[in-house]
Design a binder for this molecule. Structure first.
Ligand code: MTE
Length: 300
């Protein structure tokens, strides 16, 4: 990898888009986070090496299009993402149906290179383009009594072959505590590697909460509701003992059926060693304060 920063070209340098974008966006991503005045995750300072476009867009979980990792890349093209609107309702000053284009004209999109850790114990590093969820919530104006934010994915049986199967209760639903939703690391992603986010990754906009297991990062959002009570979430309803509301990445709290102490980095090759999973997925410095005094084994 280091050779990309020298003038000694090797065959690897000829991987045109990925190599060029990786370098440009590693730098842009770090600058962006620095400008936002955030402490940078320790490993971001060391320089995270993003996964390739190919890996990020062909190894997916999006059960509305099937449960195999390659199903979303094969079938999600049927999802119509234009026009798109997001209903924002509940405890907000300006409820309504917000057209995607109107949202985008108000938001500042920046690049964020985040670790991504699935509850199934695989991981990637993804260079997202997106805006802070806090900016969208502030646009709608969160009211005094708001304590949680609920999210819903589109439910379109004619465009989503997977919803014919009762794998989960549809529509896919997720939720955050309001302070988690307002945290500057929490983004709505609209792109990857500077390209429009592909359908299989949750076009046209999906949540990314980098210190939580990947299933919290709900795709293709059509509704955001500010509530005063903890909202029901799809995976928690499917398996309350296995998938909690918080689902913070935590190597010390195992899934009942497997260890969460280590992870398999996608693209690492067949013989790659598993990597140790980091507390809060490496974002402990930024987010541990949100959970002060809480028993993280109970609030899994
Ligand atoms: N959102 C919806 N609507 N449906 C899903 O099946 N899968 C989740 C999450 N968001 C899922 C979803 C899970 S389990 C993971 S790990 C991530 O999306 C995967 O995101 P990626 O395919 O972009 O890597």
């Amino acid at each position: 990898m280091a050779h990309r920063w020298t003038n000694k070209l090797t065959h690897a340098d000829v991987t045109p888009k990925a190599a060029f974008l990786n370098r440009r966006q590693v730098m842009a991503g770090l600058a962006g986070v620095g400008l936002a005045g955030l402490a940078r995750p320790a490993d971001a300072q060391e320089g995270l090496e993003p996964n390739s476009w190919e890996e990020i867009t062909t190894y997916n979980n999006y059960y509305e299009f099937g449960t195999r990792k390659d199903d979303p890349a094969k079938y999600a093209h049927t999802l119509v993402t234009e026009p798109w609107s997001v209903k924002i309702d509940g405890l907000v000053d300006r409820p309504g149906d917000y057209a995607f284009q109107d949202i985008m004209s108000e938001m500042t999109v920046e690049e964020r290179i985040y670790r991504f850790r699935c509850v199934e114990a695989w991981s990637m590093v993804i260079p997202w383009d997106g805006f802070e969820l806090a900016d969208l919530l502030n646009m709608a104006g969160v009211q005094e009594g708001g304590k949680y934010v609920a999210f819903e994915t589109a439910y379109r049986p004619d465009q989503m072959p997977g919803v014919a199967f009762p794998v989960l209760e549809w529509p896919y639903r997720e939720g955050l505590r309001l302070d988690e939703a307002m945290h500057p690391l929490t983004i709505m992603a609209t792109g990857i590697y500077g390209e429009t986010i592909p359908n299989q990754n949750g076009a046209p906009l999906r949540l990314v909460v980098p210190w939580k297991y990947g299933f919290k990062s709900i795709k293709s959002i059509v509704r955001i509701t500010v509530t005063d009570t903890q909202p029901p979430t799809s995976w928690n309803m499917a398996g309350p003992r296995e998938y909690g509301f918080y689902s913070n990445v935590n190597p010390n709290v195992d899934h009942p059926r497997w260890s969460q102490g280590s992870e398999r980095r996608i693209g690492g090759g067949l013989f790659a060693k598993r990597e140790p999973t980091l507390m809060f997925n490496g974002y402990e410095e930024e987010v541990a304060g949100l959970y002060e005094g809480m028993d993280l084994a109970k609030n899994y």
